[in-house]
Design a protein around this ligand. Sequence first.
Ligand SMILES: [Zn+2]
Ligand SMILES: [Zn+2]
Length: 195
Amino acid sequence: MERKIFHGNIKPADIAQALLGEFNQGNLLAQTIGQSDRMIVQISSRPDAMSGGMTAMTVTIQQMEEEGVIVELGQQAWLGLAASLGASALAAIRNPFSLLGRLDDIAQDFEHLQLGERIWQVIAKTVRTAGASTELSDKLKRLTCEFCHTANPVGEPACLACGAPLGNLQPDTCKKCGYVVKAGVKTCPNCKQSL
Ligand SMILES: [Zn+2]
Ligand SMILES: [Zn+2]
């Protein structure tokens, strides 16, 4: 399972709509389950698809208490794909020309292999269009000094108003997945990216 967090003015329905528009066509089928604050989008191959094995992926989009969403992409499920590719490879060893009749299947299976990547691409584009990102919004970036309650920008070592040190309280995000981390953390606890 892969998880990304997007901060800003974005709603689960925005992402669900974009995924439906992109994936509910051709050899794929997409449907949404759930209400406004928690939506699940299931993308799968059509049962009556003309080529390729069967596959399915589930995207869960959760509204955060503050503005933004948490997106989780589940493990891709396969049915028949491994067998489909395996049979092709085996047949090709015996007779290379046998592949010709299976090119549609192979092309479709390889397309399915990139499904997860394509899902993240559609999500990234939707998020960017909405003006959200894996970085904290200016509103959330501001850190309130615990002594004088002045809002300070992120990265400021000391309170602009009273000079109290802010150092370790400063929040930041992993640029890859949007997970909120404390200043000085070396590795993202969510995606293991080094910061
Ligand atoms: Zn202060
Ligand atoms: Zn991360």
